[in-house]
Design a protein around this ligand. Sequence first.
Ligand code: FAD
Ligand code: MG
Ligand code: MG
Ligand code: MG
Ligand code: MG
Length: 551
Amino acid sequence: AASGGGLVAYADSAAENASEQSQEAPKKKKVVVLGTGWAGTSFLKDLDCSKYEVKVISPRNYFAFTPLLPSVTCGTVEARSIVEPIRKMLEKKRKDVTFYEAECFKIDASKKAVHCRSAVGTNFDGNGDFMVDYDYLVVALGATVNTFGTPGVMEHCYFLKEVEDAQKIRRNVIDCFEKASLPNISEEEKRRILHFVIIGGGPTGVEFAAELHDFLVEDLVKIYPAIEDFVKITIIQSGEHILNMFDQRIATFAETKFQRDGIEVNTGYRVIKVSDDLITMKSKSLGEVSVPYGMAVWSAGIGTRPVVMDFMHQIGQTNRRVLATNEWLRVHECDGIYAIGDCASITQRKIMEDISTIFKMADKDNSGTLTLKEINDVLEDICIRYPQVELYMKSMHMLDTRDLIKDAIGDSHKEAMVVDIEEFKKALCKVDSQVKSVPATAQVAAQQGHYLAECFNKMDQCKEEPEGPLRMSGSGRHNFRPFRYKHLGQFVPLGGEQAAAELPGDWVSMGHSTQWLWYSVYASKQVSWRTRMLVVSDWTRRFIFGRDSSR
Ligand code: FAD
Ligand code: MG
Ligand code: MG
Ligand code: MG
Ligand code: MG
């Protein structure tokens, strides 16, 4: 009996312990992160993982520093130098984070689960598929290439999105040179094989063209002197200028430099077909032309990954290219699903939708009119919730509320400075035209990851949903500010140790010194000391010995 009692007591205390434990530590919420690119890793880096049960799913068990991918295409930097194993990045958090090397092929929002497939093949009981459930889902799947359905592009063009792509390009560039060096090849054929065509004049296409040109003049001409004269690089761009998302000065600088370098820039041409040896393009004024080519790299446009497309159909976001989120990066109408980086875009709420609410909220004395002071008191909150107000005032060179009001009601009211609802509307009616969408860049993805991690870290202190129209600050109610992108500038290396940069505050910088700035910024931005050392030593090796031209 004694031993039996002991057993019972033991069981009892175990049960007691268990209930005590569950009281003390409520079950951690499950966070699932899809993707280990810029957005995903930046989120994971800043997330307090001890607060959650975190699972990370990606078909690639590494992070790739994409801005240096163009350098990998010509061997300026080695592929291994720009990737960091994801398990290494999460080493310190390994207690709380699980990584699965798998591809997510379906998001099931109704069951709060994602369906995944092993990236390395099948497991023993069948197909390697498994399901992971979540309380919060962070979609950071990035984007894929977009051929706009142009015939032949998928079959014949190279792309520059992933590390493997860059390695393939590198091998093929060398192959073209070897092929053209074989005996019994006509001059015409040599010219074709050594015609490198880049479709798309955005930063990636331009950077690749510049890398290729450097590789050519700095390394290849020395080892393939016989075929030097047959080489040609062409950029095809549908718009009027290359780099058209940058300041006009940068576009002009790049075009002039490329012209001097002998890189042909065909603007105003749209590629309509690619066959195994011909690219057909069309211009409004000159009609259709076909040019023979040896290698084509397609870097025009970004597309939607199938799993994201499927999810958008599920939740009724059809006819879109990316997931629409609110300003707190939560996917519209979805419980606990957030989307960051290239697979998402923010819909900024329009101030005119909320104008009556804002008016009532500002009108503290219920007088039906707003005084200058009443408006001033809420302006800061308005600007946080509707950043377009600040952009508008800046673009109109308005210094304060007075200027804004003056503009709407005219100078006759100068003394009074009181507005009714109609005048208030009039003052703000043009503001929403200033809503800007954020670009699909690493910088945006990283900032969104960081922002979302901060929100998750503070989630338990913020019971209240931070949504809806204007919310007044102070008294801790305004816990989450909406995400706000801060543009820190962007570089475009243009080859020949020259670069262009667009810096905050409408600054533009171009030339050799900018390239040195580029070197230092990109060295400092590396995710680990290991990759930093590798990248810097790759650069040094290239300076001293040139690039490695073996296949
Ligand atoms: P990604 O970084 O693409 O990450 C997506 C992640 O999702 C990857 O880990 C991928 O493996 C994973 N994934 C894919 N499919 C699945 C699936 N089915 N299930 C699970 N996981 C999946 N931006 C700049 O700001 N400056 C630059 O200089 C610059 N240069 C660039 C140069 C090149 C050649 C390229 C291609 C891009 C460049 N960018 C640059 C853009 C930048 O890389 C992207 O904006 C950024 O990578 C977006 O981050 P992301 O996390 O949204 O997507
Ligand atoms: Mg990502
Ligand atoms: Mg990436
Ligand atoms: Mg985006
Ligand atoms: Mg009033």
